[in-house]
Design a protein around this ligand. Structure first.
Ligand SMILES: Nc1ncnc2c1ncn2[C@@H]1O[C@H](COP(=O)(O)OP(=O)(O)OP(=O)(O)O)[C@@H](O)[C@H]1O
Length: 896
């Protein structure tokens, strides 16, 4: 049993995003024209078959302004829930999935796969569904007109007829088979021709092979002969190579000997040169000795000079030290006195310091006394008694004035109280004119008296106000006076206070002065005690100043001592000795090598000797070179003897090898001729082999072709059988056979279902007969269905009322669906009431209700408000801003 649970659309026709849920029972989709109602059932249809209901291209279903559309249909079939998802122009492919409580499993992907799965699940294809359970706008009764066509469509009878037609596929197939059989005849002919060709080629191959064999034998013989001759040549060539190599060796030895002889010609000259050079280098040692002597003499001369200078210096030092020592001795007495005085001065230094300290303290005290005295003279003492008396009298005055002020205040409040009282009496008198008693004494009053009293009261009040004013004035001037008094008193008090402070200070100063005078006397006494020591100190200082110059002169010479002079004398003696030794050594060397005692001349001689030595060293190097060259020539001489022996041996070896050049050349010519013959035969052999190969390949190809033709010919039987079968099929598909059977079967099943269904609708007609054949175009359409009333009379459909016709049409659709699909669960209708008047609309509602006994879910699209009441679940569609919106308006149904 199928039930539609939900459709979700995205950018489909006028919908942007709509998610619509359906319930079992009657679902009414209501809304104005163009609100997007049909779009919802179109989406259901598109989900199932990927085909638009309205006559447009798929792309036209995409909402204008969007790039792709999507529909998602949740359906329940036999207790399982599936979701079909289709996309138009989308990047994702179509899918169908089974939905589980905690996930889903994809059953198929891709439009075709999904179509096939849907077909299996709902047990109907698009044709069946659109002719039965899906009723498009205004098409309910179309079933009467088209039943024959619809049945033909459903039973695929049209397709069967198409198959049978002369230009139909079966006929075409038979024709194709005939053509193929004809072609096979041709192939048989070709088979024979190829067989003949193969035989001819085989014969040619035999002939070629015989010729080839002959050549092969000849070649073999030539090869054997060639082998022998080639071995002999190889041996001869061996000998030839050896002789050639020996000749080569001989030549190179001879060449080397010649070269050595050439070199040996230099020998006598070299020997002479050697002797000459040896004589020249003999003097070297003598010259070296003389050079060393000169160097030593130079050192000695410089050393003697240095010693003399040093000696002069020492003698100068000695003289100066001696005069210093004399001065020192002269000054020693004065220095002693100086040291003595200085020691005393240091002893007195502490006492002197104390004296200076006391003097400075005394000075301080004196300065302090002066300061205090000055301050005392500045302070003038005023007698404060007078001020105190004045203050007292002022305080008394203040007290008096305050009392006066209090009195004025109390009088003022008395006057104010009186005024208030009088004003109130006056007011009373004024307001209670009827009262005729005196408000003061209580007696009766006449009008005249009353006005008199009024007059008197007014005058009294005025008087009192004047008094009050006077009092106020007095009060103010008194307050002012009191303020001034208070400020004078405060000034006086502060004056007295500062006077008292000054007095205190004066007393303090006096006391401090007394203290300081006492201290002064104390310190003067102390200073007196230190006076003699201070004078002694000053005297010593004077004497030291006088001795200062001598002391400084003494300090300069004080370090000179007798020891120092002795050391200097010793050093001078040593240097004199050293100088005498050096002079002796020098005169010996000069004598031995006959050298002048003159530094400049010595330098000249040294230069000459050095030059000579350099020259000799050059000659020595030359001598070494000559010796080396002589050694080489000596070696060459030895080598020459060895080579002469080798030459003899080589000549002997050549004479022992016997090699005949003429015989060798003859043999080589023969071999060349044989090679030419061999090459010619090889070429011929290749040609024959190529020809045989080509022939063999032609044979192979021909055999293959024969094999192929054989295979083709095998099909011949199958083709003749197929032809027979096809002819049989055409016969079976004819109207009389399979078509009649199918129609009859369907007719009975549908008629039975129809009767059952109609019994649920409240109709008087019970029996019904279908006549598919009658429905064919051009014949009487009305009698495609024949209805029988209770009495058994036949009534044509066209004679029935509109309501009855609608009921029968729906019943017929349901019956067809049932017989083809068994568990048809849902009926979908788009605007079924179009063209119906109100009465018929009511009837239709009843019929729709009754249909619920056959299908358990109905989806109804309508714009008529009154159809809402038929619905268990009502969805309202509205277009807002060009986009369709869905709203659930009623849900009467108890959810099961
Ligand atoms: N590709 C599209 N994009 C947007 N809107 C479209 C597209 N194609 C059609 N429409 C509009 O979608 C609207 C809804 O069409 P639909 O047929 O669902 O309306 P309906 O409520 O069934 O109306 P009626 O009762 O007139 O049949 C129509 O106004 C139509 O013009």
């Amino acid at each position: 049993m199928m039930e539609i649970k939900r459709i979700y659309v995205e950018n489909f026709l006028s919908h942007e995003k709509s998610d619509v849920k359906f319930k079992p029972g009657i679902n009414v989709i209501i809304g104005h024209n163009g609100a997007g109602k049909s779009s919802i059932i179109d989406a259901i249809y598109f989900s199932l078959f990927r085909d638009p209901v309205r006559k447009v291209n798929q792309d036209d279903l995409i909402r204008k302004g969007s790039k792709e559309a999507k529909v998602e249909l949740d359906i329940e079939i036999n207790g399982k829930t599936y979701q079909i998802r289709r996309l138009i122009k989308g990047s994702i492919t179509d899918t169908i999935s089974e939905i589980f409580p905690n996930g889903y499993k994809t059953l198929a992907r891709g439009a075709k796969e999904v179509d096939a799965t849907v077909y299996k699940l709902i047990n109907a294809d698009e044709e069946v569904f659109s002719s039965t359970l899906f009723i498009a706008q205004g098409k309910i009764e179309e079933i009467f007109d088209n039943i024959s066509e619809i049945m033909n469509k459903i039973l695929k009878i049209e397709r069967m007829n198409e198959l049978r037609e002369t230009n139909g596929p079966i006929h075409q197939l038979i024709k194709d088979i005939d053509n193929e059989l004809k072609y096979l005849e041709g192939e048989k002919e070709r088979y024979k021709i190829i067989e003949q060709r193969i035989n001819n080629n085989k014969k040619r191959i035999e002939e070629d092979q015989k010729q080839l064999q002959d050549i092969i034998e000849r070649v073999k013989r030539i090869q054997e002969d060639l082998q022998k001759k080639k071995t002999e040549i190889t041996q001869l060539e061996d000998k030839k190579a050896k002789v050639e190599a020996l000749f080569q060796t001989k030549l190179s030895i001879q060449k080397e000997i010649q070269e050595i002889e050439e070199k040996l010609k230099q020998l006598p000259a070299l020997l002479r040169e050697k002797e000459d050079l040896e004589a020249k280098v003999k003097d070297e040692e003598l010259l070296n000795n003389k050079l060393n002597a000169i160097k030593e003499a130079k050192v000695l001369i410089s050393s003697i000079k240095q010693t003399s200078q040093f000696l002069d210096n020492l003698i100068k030092q000695l003289n100066s030290k001696k005069s210093d020592l004399e001065e020192k001795k002269k000054l020693e007495d004065k220095e002693k006195t100086y040291q003595e005085l200085n020691r005393k001065k240091i002893e007195l230094e502490n006492v002197e310091n104390e004296y200076t300290r006391l003097i400075s303290i005394l000075e301080n005290i004196k300065r302090n006394i002066e300061e205090k005295k000055r301050r005392l003279s500045e302070i003038k003492i005023i007698n404060d008694e007078e001020l105190k008396i004045k203050l007292e009298s002022l305080n008394e005055e203040l007290e008096r004035k305050r009392k006066e002020k209090e009195e004025i205040t109390s009088r003022k409040s008395e006057v104010e109280g009186e005024i208030k009282q009088l004003v109130s009496i006056k007011n009373n008198l004024h307001s209670l004119e009827s009262v005729s008693k005196c408000p003061v004494c209580g007696r009766d009053l006449s009008e005249h008296e009353r006005s008199k009293i009024y007059q008197e009261l007014s005058e009294k009040i005025e008087q009192l106000n004047k008094q009050k004013l006077e009092l106020n004035k007095q009060y103010l001037s008194l307050s002012d006076y009191i303020n001034r008094l208070q400020s004078t008193i405060m000034q006086l008090q502060s004056q007295i206070l500062s006077l008292q402070k000054l007095k205190g200070e004066f007393e303090n100063l006096k006391q401090e002065l007394e203290k300081l005078e006492k201290q002064k006397a104390d310190y003067e006494e102390k200073v007196k005690n230190y006076q003699p020591a201070h004078e002694e100190y000053n005297r010593i200082k004077e004497q030291l100043k006088e001795l200062e110059e001598y002391h400084n002169r003494y300090l300069k010479v004080s370090r000179v001592s007798e020891n120092e002079i002795e050391d200097l004398n010793r050093e001078i003696a040593e240097k004199v000795k050293q100088k005498a030794e050096d002079t002796e050594k020098l005169s010996q060397i000069l004598k031995e090598f006959e050298l002048p005692n003159d530094n400049k001349k010595l330098l000249e001689i040294e230069k000459q000797i050095e030059n000579k030595i350099t020259e000799i060293q050059n000659l020595k190097r030359k001598l070494e070179d000559v010796k080396a060259r002589l050694a080489v020539l000596q070696n060459e001489k030895l080598r020459k003897t060895t080579l002469e022996n080798e030459l003899k041996k080589v000549e002997e070896e050549i004479s022992t090898i016997k090699f005949d050049v003429a015989y060798y050349q003859e043999l080589k010519d023969k071999v060349e001729k044989m090679n030419d013959e061999y090459n010619r035969l090889s070429l011929e052999m290749g040609k024959l082999e190529g020809e045989i190969k080509a022939l063999q390949s032609t044979i192979d190809n021909d055999l293959k072709e024969l094999e192929e033709i054989k295979k083709k010919l095998e099909k011949e039987k199958k083709l003749t059988d197929a032809k027979k079968n096809l002819e049989g099929l055409r016969e079976i598909l004819s109207e009389k056979k399979l078509q009649a059977y199918l129609k009859n079967n369907a007719k009975t099943s549908i008629e039975n279902n129809l009767i059952t269904i109609l019994s649920k609708f409240d109709l008087t007609y019970r029996a019904l007969e279908l006549n598919f054949e009658q429905g064919v175009k051009g014949k009487n359409k009305a009698s495609a269905i024949v209805v029988y009333n209770d009495k058994g009379d036949e009534v044509p459909v066209n004679a029935l009322s509109g309501g009855e016709r609608t009921a029968i049409a729906i019943a017929l659709r349901l019956a067809i669906a049932k017989s083809l699909m068994k568990d048809a669960g849902v009926l979908i209708m788009d605007e079924p009431t179009v063209n119906l008047d109100e009465y018929r609309r009511r009837e239709l509602i009843d019929i729709i209700r009754s249909s619920l006994e056959i299908v358990h879910q109905i989806i109804l699209v309508t714009h008529e408000e009154e159809l809402m009441e038929a619905g268990d679940y009502v969805l309202k569609l509205e277009k807002k801003g060009g986009i369709s919106k869905v709203e659930v308006v009623s849900n009467d149904q108890q959810v099961i």
